[in-house]
Ligand binder design. Structure first.
Ligand SMILES: [Zn+2]
Length: 130
């Protein structure tokens, strides 16, 4: 999939700002393109899990529809682990069509990787930044 550079930079900025907690949000686009993001409050209080606030989810859907786009993915950060889905991420992934983007802050440079998760199987989706 292709993702706008400005979206990647904004998500990395959010991840850094919310460290040590995981940040989360939704990705808006169409087909293979990710055009925008909506930061959504993490309703979990721990540092190693996230849940997208439902009101924020509806806000993202409205924003997408207003531009004839759709919610095509979700993102969250891993402040202290690599950009690989955790067991919880895999267990809680319930939409096989959604791109799951993970931002890791453990390397000197942030790492952003994308996945689809279907029936517990994780498939990495190559991302190109444009
Ligand atoms: Zn995770």
């Amino acid at each position: 999939m292709r993702i706008r550079r400005a979206v990647v930079e904004a998500i990395v900025g959010q991840a850094r700002a919310e460290t040590p907690r995981e940040c989360c949000g939704l990705l808006i686009g169409s087909g293979e393109l990710i055009e925008a993001h909506v930061a959504v409050a993490n309703t979990r209080t721990g540092t190693v899990a996230f849940a997208v606030d439902p009101a924020g989810h509806f806000q993202a859907i409205r924003k997408a529809r207003a531009s004839s786009l759709a919610v095509v993915g979700a993102y969250h950060s891993h402040p202290r682990s690599s950009a690989i889905p955790s067991e919880t991420d895999v267990r809680e992934a319930n939409d096989p069509d959604l791109l799951h983007l993970i931002v890791s802050l453990v390397e000197p440079q942030p790492v952003v990787r994308g996945y689809r998760i279907r029936d517990g199987a994780v498939h990495e989706i190559p991302l190109s930044v444009w």
